[in-house]
Ligand binder design. Sequence first.
Ligand SMILES: NC(=O)c1ccc[n+]([C@@H]2O[C@H](COP(=O)([O-])OP(=O)(O)OC[C@H]3O[C@@H](n4cnc5c(N)ncnc54)[C@H](O)[C@@H]3O)[C@@H](O)[C@H]2O)c1
Ligand SMILES: O=c1ccn([C@@H]2O[C@H](COP(=O)(O)OP(=O)(O)O[C@H]3O[C@H](CO)[C@H](O)[C@H](O)[C@H]3O)[C@@H](O)[C@H]2O)c(=O)[nH]1
Length: 324
Amino acid sequence: MKLLVTGGAGYVGAVVTRLLIDAGHEVVVIDDLSRNDAAQVPDGAELITERVQDVAKILTPQARFDGVFHFAGLISAGESMAEPLLHWDNNTRASLALLTAMHDADCRRLIFSSTAACYGEPSELPLTEGAQTNPVNTYGATKLAVDHAITTVTRASKLGAVSMRYFNVAGAHVNADGSMIGERHDPETHLIPLALDVVAGKRAAFRLFGDDYPTPDGTCIRDYIHVTDLAEAHLNALDGCLPGEHRIFNLGSGTGFSNLQVVEAIREVTGHPLPVEITPRRPGDPAALYASSDRARTELGWTPSRESLHRIVGDAWTFYQSRG
Ligand SMILES: NC(=O)c1ccc[n+]([C@@H]2O[C@H](COP(=O)([O-])OP(=O)(O)OC[C@H]3O[C@@H](n4cnc5c(N)ncnc54)[C@H](O)[C@@H]3O)[C@@H](O)[C@H]2O)c1
Ligand SMILES: O=c1ccn([C@@H]2O[C@H](COP(=O)(O)OP(=O)(O)O[C@H]3O[C@H](CO)[C@H](O)[C@H](O)[C@H]3O)[C@@H](O)[C@H]2O)c(=O)[nH]1
């Protein structure tokens, strides 16, 4: 198929682009390079440096794209609270421009990167796709708005869409030639890469946000999913786009680890001490989040195989050391 990948210079988009090319698809990447650089776009993909807000220039009826993977967006919940309009523009307005261009070009398959942040404080654990959506940060609200828009558009057209609600994506993908694609957000806000900065001597101590949560060790619990497992689900989703339907799937491992358990795993994997400084809670952090991904397993035939936390941390550390 001829596929458009938005945000293909990013962490998740680059891994999915790699897998799509390896599977024989033709891939055009659109990324404005605001948060990553062109070097991360996999060989074999054409890069067009453009904002998704202007995607209609590329996604024309003549271009005949068979489908779109929509990863482009801003991902920091903290930034979304400080700069809400930036997030509404890049996440919601850009996605509406994409839906409009797809409609005008009669492009009928969409796979969208949604987020566990759509749920907010969980109404149930593990979180199923039927759980209440009540985002506690602007980031989650901007993504949930897109999910609502997609639902209404699929009901009124032949568009078939899949939204993937990611939990905590981590680890690194190993390409066939041994090179890796990993996490290098700028700014970085995620636990594992920030803790690896401490291991590498770039930060004095890991600042752990809060140890007074109602959890067994007082620190937040999250569900880590290996980026390769996550990316593979997207290839299954391409066949799962059914005309006139919007299907939503959680993607997580189903197991929750506390922040202290992740820190301990990083100590064990790297063999380095990892000094921790307990600081106040970060606003907008739910105490515990973990997924039920049974729907993706049963309906998409998805079979994740890299679920061990030590494997995830190990791949992140190998990538971290290789990136220089
Ligand atoms: N990484 C996670 O843990 C996680 C969790 C849940 C959801 N997600 C979602 O998955 C998607 C990919 O996340 P990621 O970790 O790869 O992020 P990333 O920052 O590495 O990649 C996003 C890419 O989108 C580009 N971009 C941003 N706004 C753009 C715009 N308006 N036009 C064109 N390009 C634009 C950036 O330059 C960047 O290369 C995001 O939509 C994010 O919200 C990620
Ligand atoms: O320096 C840090 C960074 C993080 N944390 C803690 O580590 C846990 C994980 O935080 P991350 O920032 O790594 O990830 P989040 O769970 O906040 O967010 C991730 O999962 C969300 C869904 O729950 C969204 O999808 C979001 O895009 C994605 O980054 C949280 O308890 C956070 O407070 C620290 O203690 N110190």
